[in-house]
Design a protein around this ligand. Structure first.
Ligand SMILES: [Zn+2]
Length: 313
């Protein structure tokens, strides 16, 4: 058993009234360990508790962890998958440009940037001064030349400081992993100015896919996600951290169908270390079959949401 870290109060509102909500197996991982998500009686936030101690979390990012295997996990279909991944960054650039006007004088910070492909695309499209921060340099250390126009730094987010505020701060599927989301968001306010916008994309606990797939829903990503948010609980967390929500879109740059498909595989007990090549036809068939319902994601939230926030006055 790994070292665990038990929380005694809500990550958002500090209430100590936390009640067991659901039990789920470690996802995209092979063992029989189970984990519990609790619900805060006061604000409704769903949190993993106990969680894996941060220093042990790397055990859940094994060599067969699907996002790390990249398109090659899909064998002969790898080029198609790669093409689709490239579209995500394009969508992110578009959303970023609609949140604030960005030119070569703008400054952008991406929190939890991983491999900084989004920042590279944004920098090329706008000339903005882009900075990426992450806990480790794994995402860029072997490609420093590719990312030479991006300022990259290994940082502890809740202690991060900058000499000048940023015009735009982005978090693409980072916040749901954060062990101290309030501290991170409060720190981000200190590197913002009154007109800064923050863009956050996270799984949406309020979606129909979660209600249908229950403990198999991949939005839990057990035990890597410390909290899963609804539009209401993320609004409260932002308010508790000095931000106010301007807009919540019930969709994001990630397609919700793969998340749904992964949840179905979890339920079937798939071997995540195998090649995904023979799963591809089923993946596409399922996509075509469910397309009508996923097309309604603006009205029927399907698993992902995007929040636009600004510093509270
Ligand atoms: Zn709470």
């Amino acid at each position: 058993m790994n070292k665990t870290d038990t929380i005694t109060k809500c990550l958002s509102c500090d209430s100590t009234h936390l009640k067991a909500f659901t039990t789920t197996k470690a996802q995209m991982h092979h063992n029989e360990e189970t984990f519990t998500f609790v619900k805060c009686n006061n604000c409704g936030l769903i949190m993993l508790n106990p969680r894996v101690a941060q220093e042990s979390l790397h055990e859940y990012y094994s060599d067969y962890y699907l996002p790390f295997r990249g398109p090659s996990a899909w064998g002969q279909y790898a080029p198609l998958v790669a093409k689709n991944l490239g579209k995500t960054d394009k969508k992110r650039v578009k959303i970023a440009k609609s949140a604030v006007s960005i030119d070569q004088n703008s400054t952008v910070l991406d929190v939890g940037c991983g491999k900084p492909t989004f920042l590279k695309k944004l920098q090329e499209a706008t000339g903005a001064r882009c900075k990426g921060i992450d806990f480790t340099d794994e995402g860029w250390k072997t490609e420093t030349d590719t990312y030479r126009n991006i300022d990259l730094e290994v940082a502890e987010f809740h202690q991060f400081s900058a000499s000048k505020p940023f015009d735009l701060i982005t978090m693409w599927h980072y916040l749901e992993h954060d062990y101290q989301p309030k501290a991170t968001l409060k720190r981000m306010k200190q590197v913002a100015h009154p007109e800064t916008r923050m863009l956050i994309e996270v799984p949406n606990f309020g979606s129909w896919t979660r209600k249908l797939q229950r403990q198999h829903w991949e939005g839990y990503h057990t035990p890597r996600h410390t909290a899963v948010y609804t539009p209401e609980t993320i609004t409260k967390l932002l308010e508790n951290s000095g931000w106010q929500v301007e807009k919540i879109k019930p969709y994001g740059t990630l397609d919700p169908y793969p998340l749904f498909w992964m949840g179905r595989q979890e339920k079937r007990g798939i071997d995540w270390s195998q090649s995904m090549e023979k799963k591809f036809v089923g993946f596409v068939a399922g996509m075509l079959l469910t397309a009508p319902i996923f097309m309604l994601k603006k009205w029927l939230p399907a698993g992902i949401m995007t929040i636009v926030a600004r510093p509270a006055l």
